[in-house]
Design a protein around this ligand. Sequence first.
Ligand code: NAD
Length: 680
Amino acid sequence: MIANTDIAKAMEIHLGTLFDELPSMPEFTPGIRRAPARHFNLSQKDTELALKNALRYIPERWHAQLAPEFLEELLSCGRIYGYRFRPPGHIKGRPIDDYKGNCIEGRAFQVMIDNNLDFDVALYPYELVTYGETGQVCQNWMQYRLISRYLEVLTREQTLVMASGHPVGLFASSPEAPRVIITNALMVGCFDDQENWHRATALGVANYGQMTAGGWMYIGPQGIVHGTYSTILNAGRAKLGIPTDQDLAGRLFVTSGLGGMSGAQGKAVVIANGVGIIAEVDYSRIQTRLAQGWIDQVTESPAETFAAAREYQCNRQGWAIAFYGNVVDLLEYAVHHDVKIDLLSDQTSCHAVYEGGYCPQGISFEQRTELLRSGHAGFKEMVDATLRHHYELIKALSNRGTYFFDYGNSFLKAVYDAGIKDICKNGENPLDGFIFQSYVEDIMGPVLFDYGYGPFRWVCLSGRDEDLSKTDRAAMECIDPERRFQDRDNYNWIRDALKNRLVVGTRARILYQDALGRMKIALKFNEMVRTGEIGPVMLGRDHHDTGGTDSPFRETANIRDGSNIMADMATHCFAGNAARGMSLVALHNGGGVGIGKAINGGFGLVLDGSERVDAIIRRAIPWDVMGGVARRAWARNQPSIETCIQYNELRKGLDHITLPYVADERLIGDLVEEAFAKHK
Ligand SMILES: NC(=O)c1ccc[n+]([C@@H]2O[C@H](COP(=O)([O-])OP(=O)(O)OC[C@H]3O[C@@H](n4cnc5c(N)ncnc54)[C@H](O)[C@@H]3O)[C@@H](O)[C@H]2O)c1
């Protein structure tokens, strides 16, 4: 066997070159949320494997000391995080000039990663979880140290390859290639399930990147505020008959979750001028949102909660109330007391219901955490029973006129998994969808994604407030508010963005735009970097978008040609973005809805003011969006066909999209009916 001394000699970058001595165990700052212990159920053999896997990062001289320490972490936390290697204190996304590096991209990614791990931004910063209960930047602190170092030495002639948080290494490429290629939790089909994923993460070979956590593009809950605002506003227009030039004044939106992403709900409903009640079982998360000003009031009894909401509805004033308690208790009260709820949703972490994402009724958040630690036996049944009851309450409210929508957290699928077949349209399985619509089927899909409108975002890497204000103004000037009502909404959004105090962490902004709108804004920003008006900018998007994600229960829920079970689009988007020179490309399993239920991808593009980047913007940004619109058009979605017809005209000689001929419903219906009748 090759000696570890020879292995050490063969590497310039490893923990042995980064540390002369083993770093001491960091102090855990009191009050910082910690991840619940993940259920440990590895066999003895697998436990050995997990330890050997983690020790691959560790020089041999520290094995005897770290093996028992890692074993203790594995037994008590269910994972090996390597806490000892975490940099002490508060990690923050600092201005780019504070970082070392051989290329601007390497420094920019360090800003992004550190922002994802900021105490103010991340859900469980010590466990590298950015949001969504389990969405990690990478699996452990050894990986974090190595990634940071690789990014410091990365040059324009190399690409860093990342496999589920593990830095595979630097490989020669070219300035036109991505500087980083990331994949997370891409499991082989027959093993692509919860059980195998749980084992793989415990073994230290799989990372759940969610969407933007593992792709290093998370920008705090602001990232989702614009989408949530658009969703509830357009739900009001479509389901409550509110005209397109009016807001949600006097209307009540009830939901749950004030965590990483769900924490945006209070802010979004107030921007839409409605009244929101958001149930949350973890008081610490309520405190976070209260301190940020994203929640206006905290209540502890359902009666008090609905009374407060009524007052603000009558005054037609936007207001966000956090109900400290279980959402099911809140809905029970609403059903028994005939409270009128206009819009209803849920944003608990149902993509991971049995791992702590959904708190059963009748127990506190702390009791739930203890049950998770001590084992799953009764816990699963408690979760399932609550989900079934939750469903009955939603049905009762919906029968009275409430509009309920699944908000992309796999809630309907979780109810089905809890044993409710009635929730399926065909009464059997989810193949034909559920009786309640997901927000993408009803709202985001037809109103936004089908046209290419999606969550474009940017980070001013200088860390300067004035850069953000300048980019806000420049983006606003690129939008024609008279084109469509969606453009008017986006224009208003960016006009008021500063006033709405959306920034948590780095100076970042989200703005829904379509393909050519994104390209126009990106070119404008790059020009501003070139002239020195602003510092460098990182562009990206949420994976929750038109083109980058195949997710039948969410992003592609309004694809109805049977191809919603395919993941070609996300894969093409990823490969196409790499081919066109995006600075970073990412492809993940499961984000948002859970392992095996989606493939999602995203990108990062560093604007350095160069003409090289202008060229990348022109070829990559339209592709990133229009691949998705083309797929939606091929599924016969009318707004997408309309968008592609215009696009083919506008981009003659550059792009060309295949369009579907649409068959006459009656022709097909009659023909097939006749054939089936004969066949019988
Ligand atoms: N719609 C979208 O665009 C979108 C975007 C991102 C994430 N998501 C999905 O939304 C879900 C939430 O994401 P997140 O980042 O906020 O996760 P999170 O885990 O940080 O927050 C969920 C919150 O729900 C609370 N909760 C759990 N059970 C509860 C109950 N019964 N009653 C009241 N509160 C309860 C938890 O305490 C937690 O604070 C995830 O499934 C995620 O994948 C949706």
